[in-house]
Design a protein around this ligand. Structure first.
Ligand SMILES: Nc1ncnc2c1ncn2[C@@H]1O[C@H](COP(=O)(O)OP(=O)(O)OP(=O)(O)O)[C@@H](O)[C@H]1O
Ligand SMILES: [Mg+2]
Length: 256
């Protein structure tokens, strides 16, 4: 598509684009002809049965996994296989996982300042100011001097979000960020995610929190057996699933 103004970025161009992506783990065909575009500011919720490839798809987007064929573009640029350029593109994609993978031997503050200092070459003072601002935003600035093990799961997950935001990512990936949390801590993490969505962050969220999906998702993507079977607005997807797989999946999760 041609740019509206020559040389300028096309505001309609997708921020994340997966085109004919294929991925195997040995004999196992885990991603089958994945085509997905995510516009700037869009919030996607990805759902589907266990083993359908949701995590693998997320991990390919910041190249924690390689792909066999197809193309993944971030802001129009194809993800390179390796090297310096990959590191800088990867820094544009923030990721928060199910298990709060904070560095256990570093303080909360150091967890957040580490990448800006090492990768962005920010000076320590500037990185600490930024970290404190982000920790305040997710409501854990009073915990800055503590070690991760001294925080609750919900607090650790909010630190993980602050840590990802410190790199000023263009898109945030969330892979079941609340599924390892005690129930009373789920909302404090979802609230931060809702706020991010309202601020216009582009987000791809693997989550079975249907309330979150209905509240903030622009689109629900349903995966099964390595394929995207449906993409629709939350209302349409939940009220009128098209495929038997989606109907079956919804009947299982909505009855619990
Ligand atoms: N590193 C790996 N090596 C081999 N097989 C893998 C690897 N990672 C995932 N798989 C397999 O790939 C398939 C897709 O896994 P993936 O983790 O992407 O599914 P998922 O949709 O995220 O499932 P869940 O809802 O359980 O998290 C599964 O069959 C899984 O066992
Ligand atoms: Mg998964």
């Amino acid at each position: 598509m041609a740019a509206l103004v020559p040389g300028a970025e096309d505001p309609r161009s997708p921020l994340v684009e997966l085109s004919h992506v294929e991925k195997h783990f040995g004999e196992l065909h885990v991603l089958k002809d994945i085509n997905l575009t995510v516009g700037k500011g869009e919030v996607l919720v990805v759902v589907g049965p266990s083993g359908s490839g949701k995590s693998t798809m997320c991990r390919t987007i910041n190249r924690l996994e390689t792909i066999d064929s197809g193309v993944i573009r971030i802001d129009g640029r194809p993800l390179p296989q390796e090297g310096k350029e990959l590191a800088s593109l990867r820094a544009e994609v923030g990721m928060v996982f199910q298990s709060f993978n904070l560095f256990a031997n570093k303080s909360i503050l150091d967890n957040v300042t580490l990448a800006p200092i090492k990768v962005r070459h920010m000076d320590r003072k500037e990185a600490e100011d930024l970290a404190m601002e982000l920790l305040a935003r997710v409501g854990v600035d009073s915990q800055a001097a503590k070690m991760p093990s001294q925080l609750s799961g919900g607090q650790q997950q909010r630190v993980a979000i602050a840590r990802a935001l410190a790199m000023h990512p263009k898109v945030m990936l969330f892979d079941e960020p609340t599924s390892a949390l005690d129930p009373e801590m789920v909302n404090e993490v979802l609230d931060v995610m809702v706020e991010l969505a309202h601020e216009g962050m582009t987000m791809i969220c693997v989550t079975h929190e249907m309330g979150f999906a209905r509240k903030v998702a622009n689109r629900v993507v349903f995966m099964a057996d390595g394929r995207i079977l449906e993409q629709n607005t939350p209302e349409e997807f939940f009220e009128h699933p098209q495929t038997d797989r989606a109907k079956d999946f919804l009947s299982k999760i909505l009855t619990h």
